[in-house]
Unconditional design. Structure first.
Lengths: 61, 139
């Protein structure tokens, strides 16, 4: 299976939340707060949001 | 059902992580799809407090849990029963909410890993989630 590569799309975002198209091809929005991003994209379809981190390599609990 | 790993920015190299789309719900309100980490090392599932605020979920302040992170940092989280749509089903599970946006959305062991067979095949860039029983909703 091929990995979904988000490295280029997420590179400039270090914090907050990023909204992506559901095919993971483009960024459609960014906000520091989850609620603000939900308000921005609530009427759009086929959106996936992800938390923005400086480094996902230490993405552990 | 089989899912791909995601490649995300990281140091010293890009991170390969098992993320899955989750929709958090409460009554008639829901989030967009959110990418959450499937984490066999996490005892419970958790998410930033903002998710609970958006959904209007009431957390149980008497049952706070200190979530101890890998770097020994501690975040106080509180459980709130939440419907999540994951891997084709709606299930009701306690999500521990707390912290800011830096607290990751995690799908942890209790009770999700009791309900599913989760197999990580990182060498194959994939992981799979198969439901143990045929009930579509678990309370």
């Amino acid at each position: 299976m091929t990995r979904i590569n988000l490295t280029k799309l997420l590179q400039k975002y270090k914090s907050g939340w990023v909204a992506l198209s559901s095919d993971y091809s483009r960024v459609v929005g960014h906000a520091e707060k989850f609620i603000d991003l939900q308000k921005k994209v609530k009427d759009k379809k086929n959106i996936v949001v992800i938390q923005a981190f400086d480094n996902y390599y230490n993405y552990v609990s | 059902m089989r899912y791909p790993y995601f490649l995300a920015p990281g140091q010293p190299r890009s991170a390969s992580v098992p993320l899955i789309e989750v929709i958090y719900k409460n009554r008639s309100k829901n989030t967009t799809s959110v990418l959450a980490l499937v984490d066999s090392g996490a005892a419970v599932s958790f998410a930033p407090l903002d998710v609970a605020l958006w959904l209007g979920i009431r957390v149980d302040k008497k049952k706070g849990l200190d979530i101890r992170g890998f770097n020994n940092s501690v975040t106080k989280c509180y459980p709130g029963m939440t419907t999540i749509h994951i891997s084709g089903r709606d299930i009701d599970i306690p999500i521990y909410f707390g912290g800011g946006s830096n607290l990751q959305c995690i799908i942890g062991q209790d009770p999700f890993f009791d309900l599913t067979k989760v197999m990580f095949e990182r060498y194959n860039n994939s992981f799979s989630i198969d439901w143990i029983n045929k009930k579509s909703r678990v309370n």
